[in-house]
Design a protein around this ligand. Structure first.
Ligand code: PBG
Length: 328
């Protein structure tokens, strides 16, 4: 050993010193709160696999958004639970559907809240896939180009309701270009697109599918969502979505894909979002309920890791608790 030895511990001695040299700071303004909006009034259905998460009717969703916003959370992302489902998901562009109504109510109550909407067909189709089905080579597959038309209608419906940002999560090829063109032609040049650019076919979406009632009736999403083993492909997806007009890109899930977040961050100058998905949330909740983990500590550690990896914003079901824990 050479002398004097290197002593990084000197700067870890007190909390003040540690804070002085801390590289990553979490703030309530980093978070986007996902909300599941149901029809009716006064509805608050617990999602059993996601303790603390509820399907909320518009009135209560507005309240929850206000709670978050008052704590310094700038934005929510809305998912819809429609009254009816059909083969093409036509309730997805219902101007009286839960998402459109919630967007209107939230923008009216809180003009400064940034309201994002998830644009996808899986919540609205009776088969639970993210688009219109067709047959190819004897198999049932999602018809890419026919689905683009439906996604554009849904995005336009959300824009007409007053959404600030639409976030397509379907993983069809060409959806960003199609949505951008439709929005521009209808006078919504100022509505931004956050594309779920690198969205993986992940087992971590399980609890969400209970919350959104969007589990595919047959098959899975591997024919359109990405293979968890790939990272170069994520960079290609990001590049394509940016060429098509995306304003921001997302990596999803977050925790098993921190390397993807970092690589995407290095590959582009646009804001990068990461989705701390349902299964990541539920794992912490389940372990905490068993007394196996310190919930608040682990939650903040996970969120910090996502930010450290390079995310500018984090979509997380922990948004309210995390904002509280940060003194928001
Ligand atoms: C819709 C969509 C999903 C999620 C966000 N948008 C589910 C899926 O692709 O099956 C998952 C979010 C989460 O797990 O928290 N396509």
């Amino acid at each position: 050993m050479s002398f004097p030895i290197e002593r990084p511990r000197r700067l870890r001695r007190t909390e003040t010193l540690r804070a002085m040299v801390r590289e990553t700071w979490l703030r309530p303004s980093d978070f986007v709160l996902p909300l599941f909006v149901a029809p009716g009034k006064g509805t608050k259905n617990p999602v059993s696999s996601m303790p603390g998460v509820y399907q909320l009717s518009v009135d209560l969703a507005v309240k929850e958004a206000k709670l978050a916003h008052d704590l310094g959370v700038p934005s929510v992302i809305l998912f819809g639970l429609p009254e009816t489902k059909d083969a093409i998901g036509s309730s997805g562009w219902d101007a009286q559907g839960p998402v459109a109504l919630a967007v209107r109510a939230m923008k009216e109550a809180m003009p400064s809240l940034v309201v994002m909407t998830d644009v996808c067909m899986c919540e609205y189709t009776d088969h639970g896939h993210c688009g219109k089905l067709t047959h190819a080579r004897g198999e049932v597959v999602v018809d890419n180009d026919a689905t683009l038309e439906l996604l554009a209608k849904e995005a336009l419906c959300h824009a007409q309701a007053g959404a600030d940002i639409v976030a397509p999560s379907d993983m069809m090829d060409g959806r960003v270009a199609k949505i951008r063109k439709t929005l521009d032609e209808s006078g919504f040049e100022d509505v931004a697109i956050l594309s779920y650019a690198a969205k993986y076919a992940s087992g971590f979406y399980g609890p969400f599918r209970e919350a959104a009632e969007s589990t595919p009736k047959s098959g899975d999403r591997r024919g359109y969502q990405m293979d968890p083993a790939n990272v170069r492909e994520a960079l290609r997806e990001v590049k394509l979505d940016l060429e098509e007009g995306a304003d921001m890109v997302m990596v999803k899930p977050a925790l098993s894909y921190l390397d993807v977040i970092t690589r995407v961050r290095m590959s582009t100058d646009v804001p990068v979002a990461a989705y701390n998905v349902s299964g990541e949330y539920s794992m912490i909740k389940a372990a905490a309920q068993n007394g196996w983990l310190d919930e608040t500590r682990v939650m903040l550690e996970v969120l910090t890791s996502i930010k450290r990896a390079g995310a500018d914003m984090i979509l997380t079901y922990h948004a309210i608790e995390a904002a509280k824990a940060l003194g928001g």
